[in-house]
Design a protein around this ligand. Sequence first.
Ligand SMILES: [Fe+2]
Length: 177
Amino acid sequence: MTFDELFALLRRGTEHADEERVDLLDHSLQCAALLAERHPGDRELQIAGLVHDIGTILRPDDPAQHASTGAAAVAPLLGHRVARLVSWHADAKRYLVTTDAGYRKRLSARSIVTLEAQGGAMSETEVAALAAAPDLAALLELRRADDDAKVIGLAVPALDTWRPLLTGASTRVRGIR
Ligand SMILES: [Fe+2]
């Protein structure tokens, strides 16, 4: 995937609903903007926020697999850490539902429906596995921003403002190889 292809895909988020009256492009831009506000020093987390639901655009017929589909698609361009955050963002919801008594109340009606398709609450073994995962704090921050990024009509920076940040991330990925 090239940057042009990635941005064309993100733009197609307007064809998909995240919530009623919040399309997937709005949701992605809100999620990235919230993470930029809350974690200005973590560019990869912001980028993960922007692309976390791209699997839904690639495979709208397979919502349960949207996290892994998106992660596989962005890994070559955006690197391992961004891909891992994308890959686990649905599991992070299952983790928080299981470990944080007040979390379920924050979920939208649609998120509760998809929670069941994604496996529902976690087993003790699954919780322990994710708790030991690297980057758990960032993953949970992505999830909380994801849950908050559903505001009808919120004004946030446009998609093209993210292009320099993403291009920089990719340059670093190629530099490491
Ligand atoms: Fe999302």
